[in-house]
Design a protein around this ligand. Structure first.
Ligand SMILES: Cc1cc2nc3c(=O)[nH]c(=O)nc-3n(C[C@H](O)[C@H](O)[C@H](O)COP(=O)(O)OP(=O)(O)OC[C@H]3O[C@@H](n4cnc5c(N)ncnc54)[C@H](O)[C@@H]3O)c2cc1C
Length: 155
């Protein structure tokens, strides 16, 4: 898509999967609990401070404002931006800096109990050579270690 369009728009849910209604309710609860908090302090319960401040600016809100003093249209804009943060992908750092890749071997061609190829007897696979990836956080390394251990055991 980058090649075709140069830029790719993205709407990202950053607020723990909450929708507009849930975010509104969350903010109202915050006000009830402590009405002296400004909007930035309230948003810190959902997002990192620096990001919250930027999202406030996008909605035309001073991050030090109290929730009650924010105009309705800006409040609505903020809630929309919180539920669906708009980003634009304008490029990437290339294959050399990519963290994970799908190697191209279809999982359908592998016996998951042994990691052996269903097409070529005696050929075993492990790690990211297979078409499988997980979120960042150790899942890919774990997959590589576990599939490697399994394939190695059965050789
Ligand atoms: C910058 C970065 C950060 C990452 N952070 C995380 C993380 O925090 N958590 C996580 O879970 N995953 C992370 N990953 C992904 C994870 O490192 C990989 O998914 C995992 O290492 C894949 O293991 P692998 O054994 O399949 O492949 P690799 O670790 O890539 O091993 C393949 C090996 O084969 C060798 N090789 C290649 N071609 C040949 C050849 N022709 N002959 C002989 N040897 C060859 C290579 O030199 C390499 O040593 C990260 C990856 C990168 C790049």
């Amino acid at each position: 898509m980058l090649k075709k369009y140069g830029e790719v728009p993205l709407l990202l849910k950053l607020t723990k999967g909450m929708n507009e209604e849930q975010i509104t309710q969350h903010l109202k609860t915050q006000v009830q609990e402590d009405s002296t908090k400004n909007i930035l302090q309230m948003l810190e319960t959902l997002l990192p401070q620096a990001l919250s401040a930027e999202l406030c600016k996008l909605a035309g809100i001073d991050p030090r404002s109290s929730y009650k003093k924010i105009e309705g249209k800006n409040k609505a804009k903020l809630i929309q931006i919180l539920a669906w943060t708009p980003l634009t992908i304008s490029g990437h750092d290339g294959f050399k800096l990519a963290m994970i890749t799908r190697g191209g071997i279809s999982l359908k061609e592998i016996n998951p109990k042994t990691m052996q190829s269903k097409l070529i007897s005696g050929l075993y696979f492990c790690g990211e050579i297979m078409n499988l990836d997980g979120p960042c956080g150790g899942y890919n390394l774990q997959w590589s270690f576990s599939s490697g251990a399994l394939a190695g055991k059965l050789l």
